[in-house]
Every structure is written in C-alpha cells, then in structure tokens.
Design a binder for this molecule. Structure first.
Ligand code: FE2
Length: 460
C-alpha cells in the first residue's frame, strides 16, 4: 500500500522515533519503486559475488559436477583465504614493516585519523577507544590503542604503540620484537572495527541516509533534484540490505568482530550524532607537509572541484531554485526534526549559501569519501594475517577454532564483494561539467585513489 501512494512522505517513511533514533529509511517498509536497484546494478553485484559463489550451498548443489571437477569444494574451510584473489597486502613483501604501517595510516582504508599532539616526544597520534563497549568472551580488543608517530624531514616514523589490555597499560616500541608485531596487529584490528562502523557505515551510509530521506520526501520540482538524484542512487536500497547483513543481530560486524550488536549500534549512533554539513576536509588535514600523505591533497582537491561544480550549477539555476524554495524549507524541517545532532537547528537550511554547502558536503561523501573507505576495504581487510576485524584468544576456554575460521572467511568474502562493485564511476557517468573538473584535478586526486575508483553514489 505504501508503495503505490503518490505522497513521497508516505513512501519514504522514517525509522523509529524522531531525534532519538538516527534518521534513516524504515527498513521494515517496502522500498519505493524509484529507488529500487536497476538490473545493471544487480549484474554488477553478481559479477563481484562470483569468486565466492562455489561456497554458496545452492550454487554447490546446482553445479556439484563442475565443483567436483575443479575441486571447488576444497575451497571450503581453511584454504578459502588463499583461493581468494590477492589483495594489496598480499602483494607487499614488506606488509609487516614499520614503513608500511605508517603508509597505511596515511593512505589506507581509514584515512584522516592522525591528530597533531603537543609537548610529547611524538608529534602525531591515532587513538581508538574501545573500552566503553561490550566485548565477547575470548575476544581480543584492547580498551584503547594509540599509535604514535614522529615527524622528521616531511615524513612520519612510528614511535610506539600504547594500549590497555585487561586494564593493564602496555607500551611497545619497534625494538620489542614479537610484542611489537602483536601491538601493531591489535592496533590494526581496533582500527578495522572503527573503520567499518564510524568511517564507512557512520560517516557515509547512515549520515547520507538522513539527507537522502529529507530530499526524497520533499524535493520534487526544484533543480536540486537533478543535482542530487544521481548521487543518491542505490543508497537507501543498500542501507536496507545492510541493516540485516552488516549491523543486525546476525550481521557481519557483530558476527566477525569481538563487539556485540548493541555496541556496534552505540558506536554508530555516537558517530552520527557528531556530524553536520557545516564541515570541510580542511578541518582534518594535517598541518605539516608530509611527502607521502596522499589523502589530504586528494580530499582538498575533491572539495575544491565540487565547490566549483555546485556553485556553477547554482548560478545557472538561481531563479528556479528560488521559485521552489518552499521544497527546500520542507527538506530543512525534516532534517532538523529527525536529527540526533545537537543543536538540531544547525542542520537547518536557511538560505542558498547553506544549501550550496549542504550539496557540496553530500557530493563529497557520496562520491570521493565513500569510494575511498569502501573501495579500499579489500586492500587492508582482504588478508587475515594483516588485519582481522575480530581477534580471538587461543588460550581462552571459549576459543573455537572452527568458528574463528568461519568468521575470517566471512571477512575476506564480504570485503571482496563490497570493495569491487564499481557501479557508475563518476568519470563515466557524471554530468559533463563534473567529468571535466575530475579530469582537470586528476593529478591531485591520484595517487591517493585511482580516478576510476570514484563512484557517483553509495550503492554498496
Ligand atoms: Fe559502502
């Protein structure tokens, strides 16, 4: 019944209680027809699930002869990880080196986390606080983990890692042999959990869901519809799928990590509660020049080109935007009413300047930032030896080797699919003025991320 309604406010129904639950499409409602995935999207998705298909029972059954012939069955179990296509770390003989550790903190799947520190032997640090959350019995997740870096001659060098485990503070240095390697592994595991929940799901999928909802429910005739529509393609559909696949009780993160589903929801809500569209990447860019920092220049270049693109769009559509300004007022009311950010009023769209800022913010997250944190997932998370979203203590009575193996297999399979569905690269599908700007700025965006990896929307 919802689906056939001509009222977008009926078709796009919010989940939960306004201001209490973070604003998103109600996953229990049917997906409105206009946001259903296209057949071309389904085909792209299918292509990327293919490497793991022999492991799906139905496929095994249907192709059992073939599977036997090619030995696909032997992929089940411990050998799966070696059957998967190589990821970046598997191609790096130096993947455990301290140089590579620094490189991935700058340019890996969770960028923008280094903070300048004053009055210490080290100048930069990345810290993950996990202590407030519930960890499963037998799971290894330090209460906090902080990696520290020295700045020398425009480059960063790792100084030490401090972490707390069972309320004991441990300081590790690069000269500490196996203890040092363990400290780096624990850090990478904590980073992985936060990468998925905060940077990927929080800042991109769910943060953008609240803007998409306010947009779909209110913007019909305004030219803003034409500007934002292609950048929201697939978002609500994938978030609806992800609600059970990724974060639900039996979702990937609670299943594969040491955190339970309540903790995952808590981290997610806390992240969304600190985000609003009056922001730009200049706020997080490192204050010192660092030669192999490719993320900040790429992020700043992307923001600059999107400002140009959006500003030109506004100049060309000024009059019509004004004519349908009442739609923007309604969008603003929905944003404010459903926001969990405080003060809520900060999400209001008061004038064209606000609207322009909001459009740049949406485009930045739907194109560049999601492409970075999503498409690089397999680079770091496709190799258990390098980074596991969940670590388990072999000496704990709860340790179950088979279960751990299953969790690790689930990790590499999911990372493969998520990172490789490259549906609608912006350089192919963007409107001509945006394509031209991307091409013009390509030298600053690369080598942080290949231009062809920047997608039009969050659809996976
Ligand atoms: Fe994603």
């Amino acid at each position: 019944m919802n689906q056939s309604s001509s009222n977008p406010k009926v078709r796009f129904k919010y989940y939960g209680t306004p201001g209490k639950d973070f604003a998103r499409f109600d996953v229990n409602s049917p997906l409105p027809e206009e946001v259903e995935p296209t057949p071309r999207y389904e085909a792209h998705l299918g292509l990327q699930i293919f490497p793991t298909l022999p492991l799906i029972p139905l496929f095994n059954w249907a192709f059992s002869g073939l599977a036997k012939k090619f030995g696909f069955r032997s992929m089940i179990g411990s050998s799966l990880q070696t059957w998967m296509p190589a990821n970046l770390s598997r191609l790096r003989p130096d993947k455990f080196s301290d140089e590579y550790f620094v490189e991935r903190r700058l340019n890996g799947f969770n960028p923008g986390k280094l903070k300048r520190v004053a009055e210490q032997e080290w100048q930069y640090a990345v810290r993950y606080n996990t202590g407030r959350y519930q960890v499963e019995p037998g799971g290894i997740l330090p209460e906090y983990s902080e990696a520290r870096f020295i700045l020398r001659d425009r480059s960063l060098h790792v100084h030490s890692i401090e972490y707390s485990w069972k309320e004991q503070v441990i300081n590790c240095f690069p000269t500490d042999g196996q203890y040092w390697e363990d400290a780096k592994y624990y850090f990478r595991s904590a980073e992985y959990v936060f990468q998925e929940i905060q940077s990927h799901l929080g800042r991109t999928h769910m943060n953008m869901d609240q803007y998409a909802m306010a947009f779909y429910r209110n913007v019909i005739k305004s030219p803003i519809r034409e500007l934002l529509w292609p950048h929201f393609e697939g978002l609500i559909s994938i978030d609806k799928k992800g609600a059970s696949l990724i974060i639900g009780n039996s979702g990937f993160i609670p299943e594969a990590s040491a955190l339970d589903s309540n903790s995952v929801d808590g981290i997610l809500a806390e992240e969304i509660a600190i985000l609003n569209y009056h922001w730009s990447p200049a706020r997080q860019a490192l204050p010192d020049p660092i030669d192999n920092n490719y993320f900040d220049p790429a992020a700043l270049a992307m923001w600059e080109l999107l400002e140009k693109y959006v500003s030109e769009f506004f100049v060309n559509n000024q009059q019509e935007i004004q004519t349908y300004w009442h739609e923007i007022e309604d969008m603003s009311k929905d944003l404010v009413a459903h926001s969990i950010f405080q003060p809520k009023e900060k999400l209001a769209i008061n004038d064209q300047k606000d609207l322009q800022q909001l459009c740049v913010y949406i485009l930045y997250h739907c194109t560049f930032f999601h492409s970075w944190v999503n498409n690089k997932q397999y680079e770091d998370g496709g190799d258990i030896e390098y980074a596991a979203i969940g670590l388990w203590d072999e000496d704990d009575p709860n340790y179950d080797a088979k279960k751990v193996e299953k969790r690790h297999n689930a990790q590499v399979k999911l990372m493969w699919t998520l990172a490789n569905v490259h549906y609608n690269p912006a350089i192919e599908f963007a409107p001509l003025p945006l394509k031209k700007l991307l091409w013009e700025y390509r030298d600053r965006i690369e080598p942080g991320i290949p231009l062809e990896w920047i997608m039009m929307s969050i659809n996976i």
